[in-house]
Design a protein around this ligand. Sequence first.
Ligand SMILES: NC(=O)c1ccc[n+]([C@@H]2O[C@H](COP(=O)([O-])OP(=O)(O)OC[C@H]3O[C@@H](n4cnc5c(N)ncnc54)[C@H](O)[C@@H]3O)[C@@H](O)[C@H]2O)c1
Ligand SMILES: [Zn+2]
Length: 368
Amino acid sequence: MGFRTLRFVVRIRRSERYPVEIREGLLERVGGELRNGLAVSRAAVLTDSRVAALHARPLLRSLAGSGLDARVIAIPPGERSKSLPSLARVLARMHRLGVDRRTTLLNLGGGVVCDLGGFAASAYMRGLPYVNVPTTLVAQLDASLGGKVAVNTADAKNLLGAFHQPRAVLIDPSLLRTLSSRDLRCGFGEGIKAAILGSAPLFERLERDREALLGRDGEALAWTIAEAARVKMRLVEADPYEAELRRALNLGHTIAHALETDRHYGGIKHGEAVAFGVATATEVARRRRMIDSGDADRILALLEAYRLPIRLARLDVGSLLGRLRSIRMVRGGRLLFVVPTGIGRVEILEDLPDAELGSALARRRGKE
Ligand SMILES: NC(=O)c1ccc[n+]([C@@H]2O[C@H](COP(=O)([O-])OP(=O)(O)OC[C@H]3O[C@@H](n4cnc5c(N)ncnc54)[C@H](O)[C@@H]3O)[C@@H](O)[C@H]2O)c1
Ligand SMILES: [Zn+2]
């Protein structure tokens, strides 16, 4: 169906580069990619139990075909597995399975598996190589890329983490066919974020091709994943350790993280929380007249077109502001806040008064 293989290389430093490959059917070729492309001789697979039931078999067959006899570690699905107790269990399993520094960890799953597995790989014996095989749209166009890995605590999302880049990212969009439609829409939350911060053509395609994308058309999805990934990798390459430029990727995330923590990592999904955060940031920009009203309306309309929440009925503004205050505290009194200033453009505010944030949030309370 006109599907092409897309491949590009991410350059973090002169010494550190890794390939990102997007191709339908790639799952069945992972063994060869590891063995021939990366000279991997030992592997272990981290996944969640839902993904394991759906997609582990072809992966293990491909690994075995390349002489890689990998053991599988499966965590329960969902955001609550991105935690310190779950990390401890994974590390203990790795130890019992005899994982050593010659072993490459293969993360087969969504953002939870990529973040948790990447962090386990950064910590285990002071660092193992890992490869991401993302299986959700959130992970294919965002979480599997860029090397930010973490777990949540009850107090704060991604509080414990590291920068640890993967050796390769192998993306098979056909895996998205088994994804729930809610999780698919979550991916467009991150996709719309990427479009706003760096690609008007992506934004336009998301508007134009909504039906094909929600219908999981392979070509449309692959193009979208590649374009969102390019937006992200441009920023990551320029600023791998998030000193400055990379911060733009946090568009929608200041509020998303507060909201997810507030709801104890249940009820609202990350992509939905990001969509709500983008809607609120758009509200802030509109009130400051930093964005043309027509562009602000386009952003809200696109989020709505993918049935993402731009309003929330159950919104505890006071509690959210409290969480944002504690983020401000650990950041030396400043709450960096990314706002859209057009389609393909953002600006970073050095701080945002509680009153302004509170009234933008209050405007977003309503019928979902
Ligand atoms: N490190 C980063 O740069 C980065 C970027 C974006 C998001 N994230 C993180 O990613 C996490 C969210 O990731 P997510 O939305 O992928 O959630 P997830 O990993 O929990 O996956 C969502 C659900 O989809 C299921 N699933 C996964 N692949 C499937 C498939 N192919 N078919 C059927 N079901 C499948 C999972 O079992 C799970 O129930 C958050 O913790 C977020 O903070 C990290
Ligand atoms: Zn995100």
